[in-house]
Write a protein that binds this ligand. Structure first.
Ligand code: HPA
Length: 285
């Protein structure tokens, strides 16, 4: 197995050799929003295949490349395509991209996904600010020897979806006239969708939406001290809530339908989020 520390350093060195821009914000874009990577100006594009430790995404609709440049005027790095546990990667691989973004110097991570609505008031097409998560993936990307250079052995997760960024996100959404909801995201590994009994159990546990991604990346970001803002596009009612069977087609159709409004919100957030200074630099925006 590759040493995750060595691969993140080597990947960061390769990106820096191609591009001198220091990104302030990292974006991990889920279903339907990958196209925002194409709107990055003065872009440097690095295919994942050129970055050691980064697997190549196997899901249709998820390109596999890192895009650095300016979005809404701000220096960003976009992961166009993400990795899922259900693709068969280990969690070290699933989180390798986020670790790379953090190593490139981002002061915040904006992460989006598609999710099934568990709470009764969450309907297909709704946008949900993630305020916390429940990890039901049965694993954790930090299992194994701690990478002390990245973060502590036992990272605190009590503000994983940074409160201050959530408050700003609510304000930006209100300013843009985009209604958003808020809730707890739970993830199983997938790739099978949940059973109706699992969804009833999730409701009892306090989950509002369910998906198959995001949690490992957020744990890795939190470990490295990177503030996270997470948003779900509710793409379908979770299993058993309606009689309709679940399908990936519905997920992509809803993502396509809300793409315009979701991307407007994401671009607004990219423009306006005030991020904390990089530790040690005192640089604020
Ligand atoms: N369950 C799990 N993952 C999902 C769903 C769902 O209902 N919708 C989109 N991703």
């Amino acid at each position: 197995m590759q040493d995750p520390m060595q691969t993140v350093e080597e990947s960061a060195a390769r990106v820096r050799a191609r591009c001198s821009l220091v990104p302030e914000l990292g974006l991990v874009l889920g279903s339907g929003l990958g196209f925002l990577g194409d709107q990055v100006e003065a872009a440097t594009v690095v295919p994942y295949g050129e970055l050691p430790g980064l697997p190549v995404s196997t899901v249709p609709g998820h390109a596999g490349r890192l895009v650095l440049g300016r979005l809404s005027g701000r220096p960003v790095v976009v992961m166009q395509g993400r990795f899922h546990f259900y693709e068969g990667y280990g969690l070290a691989q699933v989180t390798s991209g986020v670790r790379l973004l953090a190593r490139l110097g981002v002061r915040g991570l904006l992460i989006t996904n598609a999710a099934g609505g568990v709470r009764a008031d969450l309907h297909p097409g709704d946008l949900m600010l993630i305020n916390d998560h429940i990890n039901l993936m049965g694993s954790n990307p930090l299992i194994g020897r701690n990478l002390d250079a990245l973060g502590p052995r036992f990272p605190d997760m009590s503000d994983a979806y940074t409160r201050a960024l959530r408050a700003q996100a609510r304000a930006v959404a209100a300013e843009l006239g985009i209604p958003i909801k808020e809730g707890v995201y739970a993830a199983f590994t997938g790739p099978s969708y949940e059973t109706p009994a699992e969804i009833r159990a999730l409701r009892t546990l306090g989950a509002d939406a369910v998906g198959m991604s995001t949690i490992p990346e957020v744990i890795a970001a939190c470990h490295m001290g990177v503030p996270v803002l997470g948003m779900s596009c509710i793409s379908n009612l979770a299993a058993g809530i309606s009689d309709k069977p679940l399908s990936h087609a519905e997920v992509t159709e809803t993502a396509e339908r809300v793409k315009a409004v979701f991307s407007r919100l994401v671009l607004g957030l990219v423009a306006k989020l005030e991020l904390p200074p990089r530790p040690g630099t005192g640089a604020a925006r």
